[in-house]
Design a protein around this ligand. Structure first.
Ligand SMILES: [Zn+2]
Length: 371
């Protein structure tokens, strides 16, 4: 792609508008950019006000109103990067084929190129069924305010296309592990660590046992992982701690494993009978398994990509969850990872490959016209 191609410049405007999930004005600014971009086109815009301090969601509708189920695109416009990242650590800049900036790869680049494809098809009137495009404000924190919208649109759709970043070499995603999140709170009995040591029941000592038990549930052969990555407790170096807590991140490959692991973790029992262990949480995103319907949708995408001139591959089940987990778990054929190619998601080295815009925009256009 030549440097005179307008795409990187137009996309740079999206990247420069910082939109971390907890910064509703930034996220709403992104929704404004989308709404402004489709003004005057045969595309209907519905805006859903944000809740719980988070930004709005936006639904675009186009295509044929023929009573058929829709093809739905889904993109999130929030990022993990705090406001100020582009001014300091990750300026928006082009270096060769790389466009750097906060959220360019995860996933503003994918959202942007998919919107161009959506506009192409809406303008050409070349869809065979209704088209829906959902932009969400809160994927990076597990979509707490938009899950029901995602699932409603999923149920009304023949297929769902998610524009999360492509994997190495442009691979798309056809399966994702399910994700669970738990919070474990431990209450012991405080005492003076010098004069009354035997009277105390250390919440941290109990937490140590529980953490080893939870980490020990990891079973790579079944694709099950448990991670304790946040932990806290205690008040002072000379007090037997009354309180401790830790979080658990769980990944599973099947619904059955999700249920079994949820029961195990919610059922943690204290080793010391004088200590109380309370567990909350559960499965947040169900697993997205490569069903026969997903496989045939992938074959369709492969055929379209071959016509454009590139070989499309999918990658083995990935550990990261996305909104695709929600729709796939409803049995709606879902393709994910259709977004921009690049690397460095959630890091200060995040970039997208400018050369991946044109073929992937064409792939999404082809899917919108073919499904
Ligand atoms: Zn993402």
């Amino acid at each position: 792609m030549s440097t005179t191609d307008p795409s990187p410049a137009a996309l740079s405007v999206w990247i420069a508008l910082e939109s971390p999930t907890n910064h509703a004005p930034g996220v709403n600014g992104m929704m404004d950019l989308v709404a402004n971009e489709v003004a005057g086109l045969p595309i209907a815009v519905e805006r859903i006000p944000g809740r719980d301090g988070l930004g709005d969601a936006l639904i675009l509708r186009a295509g044929l109103d023929n009573g058929e189920k829709a093809v739905a695109l889904m993109s999130h416009l929030d990022t993990v990067h705090p406001v100020g990242t582009s001014a300091k650590d990750l300026p928006v800049r082009i270096d060769g084929d790389r466009l750097y900036g906060p959220g360019v790869y995860d996933m503003k680049g994918g959202a942007w190129l998919a919107l161009q494809a959506f506009k192409d098809v809406a303008k050409a009137g070349s869809a065979k069924r209704p088209l829906t495009f959902l932009f969400t404000p809160d994927e990076e924190i597990g979509s707490p305010t938009t899950r029901s919208v995602i699932e409603d649109i999923g149920r009304q759709s023949r297929a769902v296309l998610v524009t999360e970043p492509a994997r190495e070499g442009g691979k798309i995603v056809t399966a994702r592990k399910g994700v669970g999140r738990f919070e474990v709170k431990i209450e012991g009995r405080p005492s003076h660590s010098g004069s009354r040591h035997a009277d105390g029941r250390s919440a941290i000592r109990e937490a140590a046992h529980q953490i080893l038990a939870v980490e020990g549930m990891t079973d790579y052969s079944r694709g099950i992982t448990t991670s304790v990555a946040l932990v806290g407790g205690g008040t002072a170096a000379n007090v037997i701690p009354q309180h401790a807590w830790f979080s658990v991140d769980l990944r599973v490959t099947s619904l059955a494993d999700g249920v079994a692991m949820e029961n195990l973790i919610l059922g943690l029992k204290p080793r010391d009978p004088d200590v109380k262990v309370t567990v909350s949480g559960g499965m947040n995103r169900p697993p997205y398994e490569k069903s026969a319907d997903v496989a045939s949708l992938f074959e369709m995408a492969r055929g379209i990509a071959a016509g454009i001139g590139f070989e499309l591959q999918d990658c083995p089940m990935t550990g990261g969850g996305s909104d695709g987990n929600f729709t796939a778990a409803l049995g709606v054929p879902t393709l994910d990872g259709l977004g921009i190619d690049g690397d460095g998601a959630h890091t200060l080295g995040e970039y997208a490959l400018i050369s991946s815009i044109t073929p992937r925009r064409a792939l999404i256009k082809g899917l919108l016209e073919t499904i």
